[in-house]
Design a protein around this ligand. Structure first.
Ligand code: ZN
Length: 99
């Protein structure tokens, strides 16, 4: 049994396992992008993989609340969220290659 950290989707406010969510980060200029590796520095926010929640973020002002400063997302974020493949072994990446 693994205890998975739970995170709250900033769009629908549902707590889910981390692998069900996509991590978002806010760039310095305020644009919010998908953090594909889940390791970008800074404050992250999470959104469900479903199309609906990402679309809500693009339209609504919730990102600014989530990041506590002005933030915006482009419509491309919706596709980017869905393009993220299932992240396997989140939190167990010590052994992953590439370093
Ligand atoms: Zn959601």
């Amino acid at each position: 049994m693994t205890r998975e950290p739970r995170r709250t989707c900033v769009a629908c406010r549902q707590a889910r396992g981390k692998h069900e969510l996509v991590r978002l980060v806010r760039l310095e200029e305020g644009l919010v992008v998908v953090d594909a590796r889940g390791r970008a520095p800074g404050r992250g926010a999470y959104v469900c993989r479903g199309e609906g929640c990402a679309a809500r973020l693009v339209k609504g002002g919730r990102l600014s609340q989530a990041f506590r400063r002005p933030a915006r997302a482009e419509p491309a974020l919706v596709a980017a969220v869905q393009a993220i493949p299932g992240i396997v072994n989140v939190g167990n990446d010590v052994t992953s290659s590439g370093r």
